[in-house]
Design a protein around this ligand. Structure first.
Ligand code: OMP
Length: 220
C-alpha cells in the first residue's frame, strides 16, 4: 500500500526543517556514505518538538506491526530520551510499559553495569533515531540478545532512510530477516521526498537526493 503523507507527518517534517533537525547540504554518514541530507534527532530539543516526537512514536506503537511489549529500550545516547518520552506518552494514554537504556561506558563503581532502568525481561521494543546501513541498530539488538530473559519483538525508527544494507537488500529487509522482528518507521525517505515535491522550491535538494538514491537507495 502507498504511504500517505498525512497532516501529522507534514507538520513534523515542517518543524524538523524549521529547527534544523532535517538539513540539506553535504554530510558524511557513519557508514562513510556522502549524503545530501541529514536528520539530527539530537536537535529535537524543545518541549513541543519532544511532545510531537513522543506522540508519533506512541502512535506507531499502537497502530503498526509492532506486537504487544513490556519494555521500551532506548540505545545511548539519542535513543535514551526518545524511549523515555514515549513511555511517558503511553502512560498518559493508560498503557504502562518499562523504560531501559544502556551506558556507553561501563561503570566500575556504584551500581555498576551498562544497563539502566527497567530490567531487560520480557518483550522488548527498541526506540531508535535513524536507520541507514544498520550498524547502530545491530549494536542495540546485540544488547537485547545478550539478556537471557529478554525477547526483542520490534524496532521503531524515527527515520528510515531506505538505503541498502551490507548487501543488495534494504537495511530493513536485512535486519528483519536476520532477527525476525518488524522495523517500523515514523518517517521514511519517501515521506520526505513527497513533502519536498508537494511544498515546491526544493528542486536542487530533490535532484541531489535522487542522485544519492542511485548509489545507496532501494527501489521505492
Ligand atoms: P547506520 O548505523 O549506518 O544505520 O546509521 C544510523 C546512525 O547514523 C544513527 O544512529 C545516527 O547516529 C546517524 N545518522 C543520523 O543521525 N542521521 C542521518 O541522517 C544519518 C545518519 C548516518 O550517519 O547514517
Amino acid at each position: 500500500a502507498a504511504r500517505e503523507l498525512n497532516q501529522e507527518k507534514i507538520a513534523f517534517i515542517e518543524a524538523a526543517i524549521e529547527h534544523g533537525v532535517l538539513l540539506f547540504g553535504e554530510f558524511t554518514l557513519k557508514s562513510g556514505r556522502k549524503s545530501p541530507y541529514f536528520f539530527n534527532a539530537g536537535l529535537l530539543y524543545t518541549g513541543s518538538l519532544l511532545s510531537s516526537t513522543s506522540k508519533a512514536y506512541a502512535k506507531i506503537l499502537t497502530s503498526s506491526r509492532i506486537p504487544e511489549f513490556d519494555v521500551l529500550f532506548g540505545p545511548a545516547y539519542k535513543g535514551i530520551a526518545l524511549a523515555a518520552i514515549t513511555a511517558v506518552d503511553l502512560s498518559r494514554a493508560g498503557r504502562e510499559v518499562g523504560f531501559a537504556y544502556n551506558r556507553k561506558e561501563k561503570k566500575d563503581h556504584g551500581e555498576g553495569g551498562v544497563l539502566v532502568g527497567s530490567p531487560l525481561r520480557g518483550r522488548i521494543v527498541i526506540i531508535d533515531d535513524v536507520l541507514t546501513r544498520g550498524t547502530a541498530i545491530r549494536e542495540a539488538i546485540e544488547i537485547i540478545k545478550s539478556q537471557p530473559e529478554a525477547t526483542l519483538v520490534g524496532v521503531v525508527q524515527l527515520v528510515d532512510r531506505q538505503e541498502r544494507g551490507t548487501g543488495e537488500k534494504s537495511t530493513v529487509q536485512e535486519v528483519e530477516e536476520e532477527f525476525g522482528v518488524p522495523i517500523e518507521p515514523i518517517l521514511n525517505l519517501q515521506d520526505i521526498i513527497a513533502y519536498l515535491e508537494k511544498k515546491g522550491g526544493y528542486t536542487k535538494e530533490l535532484e541531489d537526493i535522487k542522485e544519492y538514491r542511485k548509489n545507496y537507495g532501494i527501489e521505492l
